[in-house]
Write a protein that binds this ligand. Sequence first.
Ligand SMILES: Nc1ncnc2c1ncn2[C@@H]1O[C@H](COP(=O)(O)OP(=O)(O)OP(=O)(O)O)[C@@H](O)[C@H]1O
Ligand SMILES: [Mg+2]
Length: 257
Amino acid sequence: MAIKVAFSGKGGAGKTTLAALFIKALSRDRGEILAVDCDPVANLGRFLGIKDADKIVPIVEMKELINERMEVSADRAFYKLNPKVDDIPDKFARKKDNIKLIVMGTVKTGGSGCMCPESGFLKALLSRLLLEKDESVVMDMEAGVEHLGRATAGFVDNLFIVTEPSSGSIDAGKKIANLAEDLKIKGISVILNKVRNNNEVSFAKEKLQSLSLIGTVPFEEKFLEFAMDKDINIEDTDAYRAVVEIKNKIQKSNIPE
Ligand SMILES: Nc1ncnc2c1ncn2[C@@H]1O[C@H](COP(=O)(O)OP(=O)(O)OP(=O)(O)O)[C@@H](O)[C@H]1O
Ligand SMILES: [Mg+2]
């Protein structure tokens, strides 16, 4: 069954790492996976082993395309609300086996309330991607959930808030959870990342209060090598195995009765 999930959390908590592991895990099942990089500093492609991923031009920077599709007026005050976006994934996604990567980029000014054509275009595209029935979608988000407007939030099956076992990271996670609840996002849960011992798990559980902890991922020494540009096989890590368990868990619980 195709699923739509998003990873968010405080800066550096491990959103991109866990999103990549989750995508790898899903790619072992049947079906196509669409990896959506919504981070302003896009690096999901590198984690997925996609060649020259750092050279991919984010959708948001394709000014001509956006102007044409949004039918933007000369003064930029008027534009279309339902641009054609169907062909975008096939035209601009980078493919590796059954994984397609699309790099969205972010609108730099204005934040979540930005009414500019770029923001409208990204929102329209994201809705379109999330409506695709047969494809799983995994989004690597910014620290917050700004990308998910009210219109798209309802299509997300699971929002994973990645936190480290620290007070600050968990507090940030709780804030994101509150915003996500306001947007009526379903399946909100926390993944505790970079765990070194049980004390950290107990600490986090207590601090998370009613927020559900879907799984824990161990601190992985091998990722230190990866951070220093060494090639590692991410599937041969305990962190990967932990993410596979989380994936299995949500696939089971998402099956309609
Ligand atoms: N389980 C883990 N064990 C050890 N190191 C980890 C683990 N998860 C992530 N890291 C490391 O933490 C750093 C930040 O990870 P990552 O880039 O995935 O975080 P992020 O939340 O996407 O950050 P950003 O907010 O900058 O996008 C990286 O150096 C990564 O290798
Ligand atoms: Mg990241």
